[in-house]
Design a protein around this ligand. Sequence first.
Ligand code: CP
Ligand code: NVA
Length: 307
Amino acid sequence: MPIRHYLQFNDFTRDEYEHLFARTRWIKERFKQYERYWPLEDRTLVMIFEKQSTRTRLSFEAGMHQLGGAAIYLNTRDSQLGRGEPVEDAAQVISRMCDLVMIRTFEQDIVDRFAAHSRVPVINGLTNEYHPCQIMADIYTFIEHRGDIKGRTVAWIGDSNNVCNTWLQAAEVFDFNVRVSTPPGYEIEPERAGLYGTGHYQEFSDPMEAVHGADLVTTDVWTSMGFEAENEERKRAFEDWQVDGDMMRAAKKDAVFMHCLPAHRGEEVAADVIDGPQSVVWDEAENRLHTQKALMEFLVLGRVAGT
Ligand code: CP
Ligand code: NVA
C-alpha cells in the first residue's frame, strides 16, 4: 500500500472524507458502548510537539491507546529536534521506529519535509498555515447536528489564520460557502491558504454582514501560537471582531457556533455565545478523538470495511 500523509485538508477527496466519517460514526458508537476495538494493536504513534496543546495531544494519545496501540510524546525541549538536528534526519530515524507520526510545528514546510523523508504516514497536528484535523472534526460535528454541509454557509470572523485557511480548503472539497470578515491588514492570502480558486468564499469588511444568513458561525483566537509578540497590536485591530449575541442573531435562527478552543471570552467571543444554546464547542472538541481514530485507522490500514 503506498504511504498516504495528512498534511493539508485537501490531501483527501470528499469520497475519502465520507469513508472517514462513516468509520468515525462506527468507532464512536462502539466506544460509547465500551466495546473494545483494537485494530492498531502493537502499532506505535510518535507525536512531536513544537507548540503547546491540550486537545490535540490528548485526542491522539487517548485515541491510539483506545485503538490498541501506543503513543510516544516528543517535544522540542527534550529531544534533539530542539538542538538543530535536521528534520530530514529526524524523519528517517523516527519513522523506522513507529507506524505513524503526528507533528505540531511552525512552518508547513517543516511537516512537508518530514513527510518527504518518512517511511510512515505523517499527520499535520497544526502548523502556522493549517489545522486539518480540527476542521475534519468540525465538519463531522456540523453533520451530526445539522446534516450535509454541501451548499451551506459558514461565517468566519477574525484572523485569517491556520484554522481559517483550512475552512477555506474544506469549502472547496465539500462545496460549501465561507463568508469571511477580517480586520484590515489581516486578510486571506489565497496562495498561503492553498486554494484552487476563489469561488467558495467572499470577504466582508463588516463582520455583521459576514454572519448574515450563516448556518455556522466560527472564530478563533486573535493571536495564534508563534505570534505572541503581536498580541497588543492585534487586540486593538480585532476589537470589533468579537462574535457576540448580535452577530448570532444576524445568522440563521438555527445557526451553530464553533470554536476550535482554547477560547478567550471577551475577546474573539462573548461568554454568552460560547456558553449559550447555539454553541457546540464541547461536541466539537470531543469529536477530535473520534475523527482522528478513523484517520489513524485509515492511514495505517487503508479502507477498513464495515460501518
Ligand atoms: N484545538 C486545538 O487544537 O487545541 P489544542 O491546542 O489544545 O491542541
Ligand atoms: N489558531 C490557533 C489554533 C490553536 C488550536 C493557533 O495556531 O494558536
